[in-house]
Structure formats: structure tokens, C-alpha cells
Design a protein around this ligand. Structure first.
Ligand code: NAP
Ligand code: MG
Length: 450
């Protein structure tokens, strides 16, 4: 069956592709399985060399990849360029990391134990539509570095950058069959990868709901899983913060990628004594977010991914709206930046909106801030704004979340671990930690007797 890949800023068809089914998925797993023995036998240093070549090719095709991503996701070109830059950095990082993760030698009675880091085999990588290439690279880098072969399933809405990356991987000299991309529906291709007996692990990024199904499905074959799921992160602003700086940054912590960001700090918690002042500053800063043509270098926010998603986002906004920004009309799935005053019990503060909608929530003191921030089933990201260093560390320790930033929005780095607490998932991507998710420890006892 064929389907149209749409540009969400224009509603135009970019290209029509065939949707893979079970047979194509099985064929890709078979190719990955056939390629596995030779790939795992490549020395770590040589796998690193191939990944470095891929990183260089991504750099050489930087603008092309950024344009593909910008068109297919509707994301501003400047942001897309940054993401492609990170993709290259991720492959450089794992190219350098691959021969630095060693086993141990453990002296024991009668001999010595040796530990080895073994690849898992064929791994299935399932990624969402919001950061298609970036999130693919977070999984591909460590998976390939560790000696696994992969079947990558991009979201059906946004398959284009993964297809181009697979071509570049071949050009880099990564052998055929090592990196396979299958384009098709999650309920078909994704589910088949989850069920397939020859797939050893699923690296999944997406919604908590689908992630729960992946975990259940993986139980049948005791597959390894890492899950990077949804979030409802808090941006905690204390009255002693640099309010101007915090307010200038806050819109980008939730409106970046049109709010379609698992790390979106979509609950803005503000200490009551600074609430009115901060709200005023926040409205001013939000008014300045430039919404429009993703191809324009000046644009800061593009459209949502689809008409259906826009309806879902709109359903969250009712009642106490503090501010609604401007957005283009006509073709494209546009939605304006929206600030809503809420309590933490409101639906807008409970569920992931995944759109440019922020909930402003007042708190009384430090303990109240921590209580509200943690009152969510999610635990992915968050920020703390204060000029009191001791408080920043106290609150950072108290928050139930995998990733945090202090006096900044930014907590995703190539070299640092990324992942969730609670229902935001488990396992860590990026940094050296990600290698643990794509390898298994083997322990060999070697007798020195006789
Ligand atoms: P989604 O609906 O869960 O889909 C994610 C991926 O899973 C897509 O490739 C989808 O395929 C596939 N899929 C759907 N049903 C499946 C099934 N039964 N078995 C296996 N795979 C299946 O998520 P989304 O709507 O694309 O993305 C938004 C969500 O991702 C948000 O909740 C967001 O918070 C989360 N997210 C998390 C992170 C993180 O790192 N924690 C990062 C980004 C996004 P199709 O779409 O092609 O059907
Ligand atoms: Mg979805």
C-alpha cells in the first residue's frame, strides 16, 4: 500500500512511498541477522572508523539533511541544522567511544574471571516523528558501535531523513544489511519487530501508551527494551531567580519544535510572590516567538505535525487563557503559542499536550514546588531557576526526573545520559551510558589450576 509523506507547513505531498508489511519487516530482520556475524567480528576500532566516516558524511550533507527534516517535520530550518549537527556529533562520539568500553579481570579463588561486552544481535529501533534523525542517531550510534545490526523503523509521518541516512551509511562503507530501514505503520512494522523472535532488543522512543504495549509484547520473547516515553516536565521558577532571564528562556522550553518535544517544560511553576511579575514578562517573551515558514532563517516555530494532532492540542485549551499568540492562517497545521493559568489537577497539567501550550501554576514555597513538580506519573526533564545554589541542589535532588537543568532550558548533551524516571521510561541514551543498553556482560571463569 502506498501513502503520501506530507509537508505540514503546506499540506503538500513531498513524495509517495510504499508502506512495508510483515513480509518486508521479516526480510529486513533476516538481512540484519545474516549481516550480524561479520559485523560483530569487525574490530571495535574499525567499527569506530566506519562510524566516523558516517559522521563526516552527515557533516558534508548537513544542509541537505536539515532541509529534508525541516520540510518533513515542519521544523524551523535553524533548529533542523542544529539537530543534524548533533547527529554528526553523536556518530563522532560513539566512533571514539567504541574501543574504550572494556571488560574487567576479577581475581577469584582458583583462577580469574573475565568479563566481556557482547553485542545483543539484531536490534529493532522504533522512533517518533518529532526529532526523527536525531533520535535515530541516539540509538544507531551505540547500537552499531557495540556490534549489533539494526532494523530502524521511523514514524510513518517522517521517514525521509532515515532513508537518506541509510544511503549515507552504505556510502560510508558500513556493510549492507547492518543498517536496515523499514517504512510502514507502527501497528504493523513496529509490532512485528516487537514480536519477532530474532530481534533481541527494542530501543523505543514514543508515547507512554505505545511504550507500554512494546513492553508487554517484548515479554513473550524476553526481549531487552529501553523506553524513552512521554513527559510533563516542570519549569520551576523561584522568586529569587533572575526573572528576566527565566522568562526570556521559558517560551523556548515549551514552544521549541512547536511543543512537540518530550522534554517540553510544559508546566511552568512560579513562586506566588513573583507570579504576577513573571507572568507579565512571560507574555512579553511569548509574543516575540516568531511563528511562520520553517524554511525562513528567522522562524522560531513552525506548524504542528498533522491536522489530527492539531485537534488534540486544541482540545486541551479551555478556560483561563492568559495569552494566545499569532499564527499563520490558510494551509498548514498551525497552532499559536498559548499560555494557560491552571492548577496541577487540571487536564492541561496532567496529560502531555505535545503542542505549544504551557500551563502556569503558582506555588507557595520550596516544599510546595517539589510536591507539585513530582505530582505527575512522568519524570523526564525539568528546569530550576534560582540564584540560591544550595536550593538549586536541594531541589535537583528532590525532583523525580531523569534530566534537569539549572538556570537553563538545555539538558540534552551528546556526552551526558538522557532518559526518564517513572512512566517516562527507563534506560539511558547518549553518553557512555547508552552503550550499556546495546551490550550484554558475559562473565568467563578461567581456572588457573592443573
Ligand atoms: P507513538 O505514537 O508512540 O509512536 C512512536 C513510534 O512507535 C512510531 O514509529 C510509531 O509508528 C510506532 N508505533 C506505533 N504503534 C506501535 C506498535 N503497536 N508497536 C510498535 N511500534 C509502534 O509516538 P509519536 O506520536 O510518534 O511521538 C510522540 C510521543 O513520543 C510523545 O509522547 C513524546 O513525549 C514521545 N517522545 C519521547 C521522547 C523521549 O526521548 N523520551 C522523545 C521524543 C518523543 P507510526 O507512527 O509510524 O505508526
Ligand atoms: Mg502517535
Amino acid at each position: 500500500m502506498s501513502f503520501a509523506v506530507i509537508n505540514p507547513a503546506t499540506e503538500e505531498t513531498i513524495v509517495t512511498l510504499d508502506s512495508a508489511g510483515i513480509d518486508e519487516t521479516d526480510a529486513a530482520v533476516a538481512r540484519a541477522k545474516a549481516a550480524y556475524p561479520a559485523w560483530r567480528a569487525v574490530s571495535p576500532a574499525d567499527r569506530g572508523r566506519l562510524l566516523r566516516r558516517l559522521a563526516t558524511l552527515v557533516e558534508e550533507h548537513h544542509e541537505e539533511l536539515a532541509r529534508i527534516e525541516s520540510q518533513n517535520v515542519g521544523k524551523p530550518i535553524v533548529g533542523a541544522r542544529g539537530e543534524v549537527g548533533m547527529v554528526a556529533d553523536v556518530f563522532h562520539f560513539y566512533a571514539g567511544a567504541v574501543d574504550k568500553k572494556h571488560g574487567e579481570t576479577i581475581p577469584v579463588a582458583g583462577g580469574i574471571d573475565l568479563t566481556f561486552r557482547e553485542p545483543l544481535g539484531v536490534v529493532g529501533l522504533i522512533v517518533p516523528w518529532n526529532f526523527p534523525l536525531n533520535i535515530s542517531s541516539w540509538k544507531l550510534g551505540p547500537a552499531l558501535a557495540c556490534g549489533n545490526t539494526v532494523v530502524l523503523k521511523p514514524a510513518e509521518l517522517t521517514p525521509l531523513s532515515a532513508l537518506r541516512l541509510a544511503e549515507l551509511a552504505l556510502e560510508a562503507g558500513i556493510p549492507e544489511g547492518v543498517l536496515n530501514v523499514v517504512v510502514g505503520k507502527g501497528s504493523v512494522v513496529g509490532q512485528r519487530l516487537v514480536d519477532h523472535p530474532d530481534v533481541a532488543k527494542i530501543g523505543f522512543t514514543g508515547s507512554t501508551e505505545v511504550g507500554r504495549g512494546v513492553m508487554q509484547g517484548a515479554a513473550a520473547t524476553i526481549k531487552r527494551v529501553t523506553l524513552e516515553l512521554g513527559g510533563k516536565s516542570a519549569n520551576v521558577v523561584f522568586a529569587d531567580a533572575d526573572l528576566e532571564r527565566a522568562a526570556a528562556a521559558a517560551p523556548y522550553a515549551v514552544f521549541d519544535n512547536a511543543g512537540q518535544d518530550c522534554c517540553a517544560r510544559s508546566r511552568i511553576l512560579v513562586e506566588r510572590s513573583a507570579y504576577d511579575r513573571f507572568a507579565e514578562l512571560l507574555v512579553d517573551a511569548t509574543r516575540n516567538v516568531k511563528v511562520g515558514d520553517p524554511a525562513d532563517d528567522a522562524t522560531e516555530m513552525g506548524p504542528l505535525i498533522s491536522a489530527a494532532h492539531r485537534e488534540t492540542v486544541a482540545s486541551f485549551v479551555d478556560g483561563k487563557t492568559l495569552f494566545t499568540g499569532a499564527a499563520p492562517t490558510g494551509k498548514g497545521y498551525w497552532y499559536p503559542c498559548t499560555l494557560v493559568e491552571a492548577t496541577n489537577d487540571d487536564r492541561i497539567a496532567r496529560d502531555e499536550v505535545f503542542g505549544p501550550v504551557a500551563a502556569l501554576i503558582p506555588f507557595d514555597d520550596e516544599a510546595d514546588a517539589v510536591r507539585i513538580a513530582n505530582d505527575t506519573p512522568y519524570g523526564l526533564s525539568g528546569s530550576i531557576w534560582t540564584q540560591n545554589g544550595a536550593r538549586a541542589l536541594r531541589v535537583a535532588r528532590a525532583l523525580e526526573t531523569g534530566v534537569l537543568s539549572v538556570n537553563s532550558n538545555s539538558s540534552v548533551r551528546v556526552s551526558t545520559p538522557f532518559g526518564g524516571f517513572k512512566q517516562s521510561g527507563f534506560g539511558r541514551e547518549l553518553g557512555m551510558h547508552a552503550l550499556d543498553g546495546y551490550s550484554e556482560v558475559k562473565n568467563v571463569y578461567y581456572s588457573t589450576e592443573g
